[in-house]
Structures are given as C-alpha cells and as structure tokens.
Design a protein around this ligand. Sequence first.
Ligand SMILES: Nc1ncnc2c1ncn2[C@@H]1O[C@H](COP(=O)(O)OP(=O)(O)OP(=O)(O)O)[C@@H](O)[C@H]1O
Ligand SMILES: [Mg+2]
Length: 393
Amino acid sequence: MDIKQLQTLFFSSQNQRWFWIFILKLQYMNQQHATALRPHAEHQYAHELEKLLTIDNKPKPANWKLSPCAVVTYLLGGTLEDGTVIEPKYFGSRRIIEIAVATLATDRALLLIGVPGTAKTWVSEHLAAAISGKSTRLVQGTAGMSEDSMRYGWNYAQLLAKGPSPDAIVPSPIMEAMRLGEIARIEELTRIPSDVQDTLITILSEKTLPVPELNMEVQAQRGFNIIATANDRDKGVNELSSALKRRFNTVVLPLPSSLEEEVKIVQTRVEKLGKALEIPAQLAPLEEINRLVTIFRELRTGKTLDGKTKLKMPTSTLSTAEAISVINNGQALAAHFGDGTLRANDLAAGLVGAIVKDPTQDSEIWKEYLETVVKERKQWADLYRSCREIITI
Ligand SMILES: Nc1ncnc2c1ncn2[C@@H]1O[C@H](COP(=O)(O)OP(=O)(O)OP(=O)(O)O)[C@@H](O)[C@H]1O
Ligand SMILES: [Mg+2]
C-alpha cells in the first residue's frame, strides 16, 4: 500500500487527523534514526534486512524474521541473487557465527565470551537485529544490579492507587522478549552478582517468569532466547554457577588471526564511523592503519612480528576496538587541525594515550619499544619523531 492509497483510506473514513498524526510520527521516527549518533543495527541496515527477508525461502524457526542461513549472510556479508550487496558486519570464522546462530535456534542460550574489543556486543546486537528485528531488549550487567532489572519492577503510583495488578508491572527487557518471542541481550553477565544471575535459571530452563504477587506467570513464546556477553578479563569476578553455565552454549570470539584481517576490520569500521560522525577527512591511509595494527599486535603478543625481538607487554588491552578509536581520533585531528589526511603525528597523538594507561609501568614499556623497535625501522622515522615529541610534552 503506498501513501496515496493510505491517504484515501484515512480520508474516506474521516480520520484525517489520525492520518496526519501517523505521517508526522513516521517522519519524526525516520528523522530520529537519521540523526541518531549511533543508529541501532535494525535501522542502519534496514534495507539489507528487508532484501534478505524478500528473498529468504529457507525454513525459519518460529518467530524468527530470517532463516538461520540468511542471518549468517547478514553477519558475514555476501551478494544476493538479485545483486544486492550485504556488507560484512563481522570479520572472522564463518563456523563461529554458524554455531552462534544454531545455538539460538535451540533451547540453550548463547554466551559470547572473549577479550575486550573482540566484537561481542557488536555481534550480539546484529544477531538480535537479524533474528527478531529488534536489538534493544537489552539489560546492562553491573555490580549493583538487582533482580528487578532481570525480572520486573512496579509502577509505585499505580501500585498505591490500585494495588498489585498486571498494569502496575514494569516489565524488564527480558520479560518483554519472553512475551513476544524475541531475543533479549545481557551485557557483561559476569559483572552481575551471582544471586541475581541465578534468576536466569528458571527463565532458561522452565522458560517461564513467575509473578508470585499476582499468582501468575509469563511464559516465553517461541523465538525467545538470550544472548549474553562476558569479558575474559572479568573471569572470576562473579563466576557463573554451574547450573547457569549448563544453560548457556559458550562461543569464544577470538582476536583477529592475522595482521591483514585486523587491518581490514579497522579500515572498514573507521570508514563507517567517519561517515557517521561526518569527520571531514580523507580516508585513513592504509599505511598508517598498517603501522598502528603492527604496533598493537607486537605489544599484545610480547614479540615483534618477525619473532626476533621479545617485548614487554603493557597493561592496556590494545584491542581492535581501541585501534579503531586511535585512527578515528587521528582522523578528527587531521580534519580539524591538519590538511585532512591522517599523518604520523596524528597517529602518534592517539597511540600514546591508548598504550600508556599506567603512567609509570606502561610509559617505560612504550619508551623501550620506541627505542628498540620503532627507531630501527627506517621507514618509520616520522612516527618515531612524532612519538618522541609527545612523550616530552
Ligand atoms: N572481528 C571483528 N569484525 C568486525 N568488527 C570488529 C571485529 N573485532 C572488533 N570489531 C569492532 O570493534 C568494535 C568494538 O567491538 P565491541 O564493543 O563489540 O567489543 P566487545 O568485545 O563487546 O568489547 P568489551 O569486552 O570491551 O565489551 C566494534 O566497532 C566492532 O565493529
Ligand atoms: Mg561489549
């Protein structure tokens, strides 16, 4: 139905006012998505999801928008029969994504685990967007979290006025996802206190959320599942109980396997982010991204890429996500205070901040790396000079 048909329908039924309110609301929503600093995956890639939906003729699990195969294509990219190009969202092993998607079609929940910056949140957002068309049923795990954030809360004004009733319930994103048969996301599961984590046991095994105050329950509809993320570095903070572990299938997201792969990830994401933030800079030169990723990989692994020199490792994680931020930062410097092209001095500015997180320990390690590795690489002389300048500021 196009806008003209809609108009006739509304006008003939003398509902002109509602028609215009509807149109204005649509426009407002579109405007909001268009100007949002970071649109949700389902809005940013709405055209890709729509295309996949139209050509997808494989069987879909109940309440899934796309078939498992189409979800994998959405995440890893590809070209559809009609020539539509689907951008890759995740760069890495196909098998990992297939396992993650297959898990969500079973009765076990999915736990994405890995070191910081390995795209756990990113993958979970895109999985939820492709499967349920909604990535915003999200609970952020924190140390001070209460059970209400997992289950439901109460609207106290309603509660006092009318007593406990279904209307007075404020559902958590998980409760909503259960009711609608959608995917709910939990960020940083291991930061949540253990007793609160265990609220999930009934939800995941019985697929129900009891509301004892009203002597009722919310039963999960088909299609409901949970994607949780947890950081390797948080291991042991609030270790999952074995009862809960059994209800999750754990998938480890690794660091990029090669320099080329990591450079590709940084390059793609920086280009996207640069467009979203409207940074008026040229595309970041591949050479600078290469140098940055090389430094990160060498410091992360404690040896130079040729394996000849052993290095001390800084306390910072030096993740791919951090590399993306450093280049992005450099782009902003180049655009606003340089000639628009990212150069060694723009790279150095963000590099030192990313590596030196602990002023005493990291700064010694960084200086040693500069003198023993960067200085020795003749074609890196400009970067060495810029980094030295920053250290002495
Ligand atoms: N393999 C990858 N493919 C695509 N993007 C990646 C990859 N690795 C990292 N990224 C990018 O890194 C950025 C950060 O990822 P994200 O925030 O999801 O990391 P995380 O694993 O959740 O980190 P944390 O543990 O700190 O929460 C995203 O912009 C994402 O696109
Ligand atoms: Mg995360």
